[in-house]
Design a protein around this ligand. Structure first.
Ligand code: KG4
Ligand code: ZN
Length: 321
């Protein structure tokens, strides 16, 4: 049995997963409400909250699984990328638990963790496939030929897709984080109402900052009453542009790799229009799209574990290597 811990951003999460990929428990405590009034995640606030939550969340994960620490064979933890202060809380907790029980510890890359959300039961996917990882922090196209390791094909040159959703939501007065809010309100709008550009960048890279600026200008051009009336149209058109860019790049990546099966993971994989636009893709289950620890424990099955006590000096990393 693997105990997973994830604290890379604003979710404190712990999960218990079996070696064959069954989720016995997955507890996610979101700090979103705490950060909402700042319009984004405040790193120091996140670290402090993780510190308060990590023990009760781990305890809740063990309780939900009906297990005690005695049953845990490995401890898995997100090592990066993410907010360093936030990551260090999870890493310290994992070290403490593993060291006290003389267990091995598995450091997991957060992005590989998102991909590993596809390897959980029921309905686990097997590589090879071409994967779009679209979250609040990253938007990357990957060739996945083996579990636990993937090859990067392209990435966003500026904002991540989730970030584009969040910034768009902010411009539309929909609060933070705004991806799900745009998704909801876009259903009542006309996606053809506004003509937002899809950036053309070479290769398999993406760019979303121009789109965000286009929305800013469209919003500025409207009187408050008009904005109110056209909010759903703006949301629908904006979402359509993001989805088009993602779908286009994923299809191009699949063609380039020859790995025709496609999959989508990360917070933006929860988007209903994206899911509808890719009927042939494998999507992570909704509750595993946004950050969670089940995907981290899942990934740990395919990554080398550090034996006791070799992990005591383990450090976090902030950005993509
Ligand atoms: O994977 P995740 O939980 O965190 C990171 O690792 O970054 O992704 C969070 C992102 C946020 O930007 C959020 O707005 C977006 O996923 N998101 C959505 C939806 N649900 C969450 N974006 C579009 N449509 C959704 N339904
Ligand atoms: Zn994530």
């Amino acid at each position: 049995m693997i105990l997973g811990i994830e604290t890379s951003c604003d979710e404190t999460a712990a999960a218990v997963v079996t070696e064959d990929g069954r989720i016995l428990s997955s507890v996610v405590s979101s700090q979103a409400a705490l950060h909402a009034r700042f319009g984004g995640v405040v790193p120091e606030v996140a670290s402090r909250r993780h510190l308060e939550l990590v023990s009760p969340v781990v305890r809740a994960a063990l309780d939900d699984a009906g297990q005690s620490l005695d049953a845990v064979e490995r401890v898995a933890v997100t090592q990066g990328p993410g907010l360093v202060g936030a990551l260090l809380v999870g890493i310290s907790a994992a070290k403490g638990l593993a060291w006290a029980r003389r267990l091995p510890l598995v450091p997991v890359d957060h992005l590989e963790g998102h991909v590993a959300s596809l390897y959980l039961e029921p309905g686990a996917l097997e590589p090879p496939f071409t994967c779009l990882l679209a979250s609040g922090g990253h938007t990357i196209l990957l060739a996945v030929r083996e579990k636990g390791r993937s090859e990067r094909l392209g990435t966003t040159l500026d904002d991540a897709a989730g970030e584009a959703f969040d910034k768009g939501a902010r411009l539309l007065g929909l609060g933070y984080p705004g991806g799900a809010a745009i998704d909801r309100i876009a259903r009542e709008g006309d996606p053809a109402a506004f003509d937002f550009p899809v950036a053309r960048v070479p290769g398999l890279d993406l760019s979303f900052s121009g789109l965000k600026t286009a929305l800013l200008y469209a919003v500025r051009d409207l009187e408050p009453v008009e904005l109110e009336a056209r909010r759903a149209d703006l949301a629908a058109s904006y979402q359509r542009a993001i989805v088009r860019a993602l779908v286009g790049r994923l299809r191009a990546a699949a063609e380039a790799t020859g790995l025709e099966r496609i999959a989508v993971v990360g917070g933006v994989a929860a988007n209903s229009e994206l899911r509808a636009a890719l009927p042939d893709a494998a999507f992570a289950p909704l509750q595993l799209c946004t950050d969670n620890a089940a995907m981290i424990a899942s990934c740990a099955r395919f990554v080398e574990a550090l034996p006791y006590p070799r992990y005591l000096g383990l450090d976090a990393y902030a950005s993509l290597s």
